[in-house]
Design a protein around this ligand. Structure first.
Ligand code: UDP
Length: 247
């Protein structure tokens, strides 16, 4: 399947809408290898410009979904507006819906103890046909990673959702892609917290106006430093971004 990409601060992003992203996901499910899906927002793109390891993972990812309003603004500044904003949380939910229709199974790795189980239980209730292959919290030592990858493989899951925050989740998927045994793996940040009902998702008004960052700041004021990544990112794009664009 051919890919249409653009570069934002040198980092590749797929020019996909939800329909295109789901079609690509379905092709991954029909394939053999473990395909990696990343969902960068402005903070992750900014980090990738300073972290060659993260930049390489995004470069080699099989699908790069533009999450975050910052990327949509950036694409307009560059003069190549993205088709639409596809949030990681909406895409992951829709992908699980597609998996459910096929009676496929998902493994939920990440978040605080008990959260992945709660999220999986709610999702399986909402998406009939979805099978939960396993769950594990995201607080483990680096030396436990191999054992966790093996646990995922032996669960027989088709799809792996990794909620460890960035860049931990991207590094985990990339480092273990050969041994996970899944058809696709995605980094989902704080999605388990939202699906489990632990964290409230931004109401429609905030979502429609690209103000999710403001709502999250209200819920978690300690994110103030991270929220500052958005204006910083846009300033960088204004200064350097016009050199970017289509590959
Ligand atoms: N997390 C984890 N292990 C860690 C660090 C974080 O499982 O070592 C989880 C954390 O509990 C949260 C998720 O990773 O559920 C990501 O949170 P964050 O707010 O950073 O994600 P974002 O949505 O901003 O990418």
């Amino acid at each position: 399947m051919s890919r249409e990409q653009m570069r934002i601060l040198g980092i590749p992003v797929d020019r996909l809408d939800m329909e295109g992203a789901l079609a690509r996901f379905e092709s991954f499910l029909n394939g053999e290898d473990c395909r990696i899906i990343v969902t960068p927002n402005s903070e992750i793109v900014l980090n990738a410009t300073k972290d060659p390891g993260l930049a390489e993972i995004i470069e080699r990812a099989d699908m790069v979904i533009p999450d975050g309003i910052g990327l949509v603004h950036a694409s307009k500044i560059i003069g190549k507006p993205l088709k639409e904003r596809v949030t990681g949380v909406d895409f992951s939910y829709a992908a699980l819906g597609l998996l459910a229709e096929r009676g496929g199974s998902a493994y939920f790795l990440g978040a605080k103890p008990g959260i992945a189980e709660k999220a999986a239980e709610k999702l399986c209730g909402q998406l009939p046909g979805l099978v939960c292959a396993g769950c594990r919290d995201g607080y483990f030592k680096p030396e436990q990673e191999e054992e966790i990858a093996e646990e995922i493989r032996s669960s027989g899951a088709d799809f792996l959702l990794v909620a460890l925050g960035s860049p931990k989740q991207e590094r985990f998927m990339y480092a273990h892609r050969e041994s996970l045994g899944v058809k696709a793996a995605i980094g989902v940040g704080g999605c388990f917290d939202v699906w489990s009902g632990t964290l409230e998702r931004a109401p429609e008004f905030y979502r429609d106006h690209g103000l999710e960052w403001l709502f999250r700041l209200k819920q978690e004021p300690k994110r103030i430093g991270r929220t500052a990544a958005l204006p910083l990112f846009l300033i960088k794009v204004l200064l350097h971004g016009r050199k970017d664009g289509d590959k």
